[in-house]
Design a protein around this ligand. Structure first.
Ligand SMILES: C[S@@+](CC[C@H](N)C(=O)[O-])C[C@H]1O[C@@H](n2cnc3c(N)ncnc32)[C@H](O)[C@@H]1O
Length: 267
């Protein structure tokens, strides 16, 4: 259906908001565009492109639709519990410092969750840490820096933790300053490999529920980049329905299949 229109639309999207449709899985990508087409009551890709050119506000809405930001504190709690145990075993005694990168961090819940865990470990074992969250969406990064959340982000966090870490007022949960300040955020596109590599080396990279939107070819390429960005023995964490694709599978060993936690092997 309307192939030429679709290709022109992709070119325009790439040029205007630097999202390259060719690097994403086609079906979900098209589905999200079609959702916007339904809202704007445009009947074909060409018609939607015409609408998009005339309405700058629609470009923002399309960008939101294409970069889905759903996340929450302690999302898939068992993964964070596993990671906490792993950090104790692997890093606490050996190096007294852990560097963590949260890729596709959305509004910051994942990076802050690591911050809360590390803050506890720091008070018990005197281990220090750095945490950086990156995301392509500048609006969501601004939200992450703000550290204010609604009920949706709180679905998996315990009441006692909410009390300890947040100030609550009228269903808005503001992360307390002491927990906020230990996590940094930056706008970054994971497709910009050179920029990613300039971030340096990490002990733990979390990239959860991001790669599902990308093509198999891209997933293979990013596995190589993560491998370079991890310290020897470094840990990679993927989302619950994601796996390591392609030849780079051999460069990671499984630590927990269930939690999608892997260890870098080789150099
Ligand atoms: C579903 S959220 C995942 C949030 C968090 N990692 C989690 O699992 O709860 C996916 C995030 O990936 C980000 N994203 C999509 N494409 C990206 C890209 N090219 N570079 C960096 N982030 C990207 C989106 O903006 C979105 O915030």
């Amino acid at each position: 259906m309307d192939n030429t229109g679709y290709r022109s639309l992709l070119t325009y999207i790439k040029q205007e908001i630097r999202i390259d449709g060719a690097l994403y899985k086609e079906r979900p990508f098209k589905r999200r565009i079609k959702l916007r087409m339904r809202y704007t009551e445009t009947g074909s890709y060409s018609e939607y492109l015409y609408y998009l050119r005339k309405n700058s506000e629609e470009m923002k809405l399309l960008k939101d639709a294409l970069t889905i930001n759903v996340t929450r504190f302690f999302r898939n709690r068992s993964t964070f519990e596993y990671l906490e145990r792993l950090i104790k075993e692997k890093f606490v005694l050996k190096q007294k410092y852990v560097s963590i990168l949260s890729v596709g961090c959305s509004s910051g819940e994942e990076a802050y969750t690591m911050g809360l865990i590390l803050n506890n470990l720091k008070s018990m074992y005197n281990i220090d840490y750095s945490i950086l969250g990156i995301d392509v969406d500048e609006i969501i990064i601004a939200k992450a820096k703000l550290g204010k959340y609604n009920d949706f982000s709180m679905k998996e966090i315990r009441k006692s933790e909410v009390k300890k870490y947040f100030d609550e007022s009228e269903n808005i949960y503001s992360l307390k300053e002491q927990f906020k300040k230990s996590v940094k955020f930056r706008i970054m596109d994971i497709k910009s490999f050179s920029e990613m590599k300039r971030l340096g080396r990490y002990d733990i990279i979390l990239c959860r529920n991001v790669l599902i939107y990308f093509s198999k070819e891209f997933q293979e390429m990013i596995m190589k980049v993560f491998h370079e960005m991890l310290n020897p023995d470094g840990v990679l964490v993927l989302g619950k329905i994601e796996i390591i694709m392609g030849t780079f599978r051999n460069y990671y060993a499984i630590i927990s299949k269930q939690e999608r936690i892997y260890k870098k092997i080789g150099h």
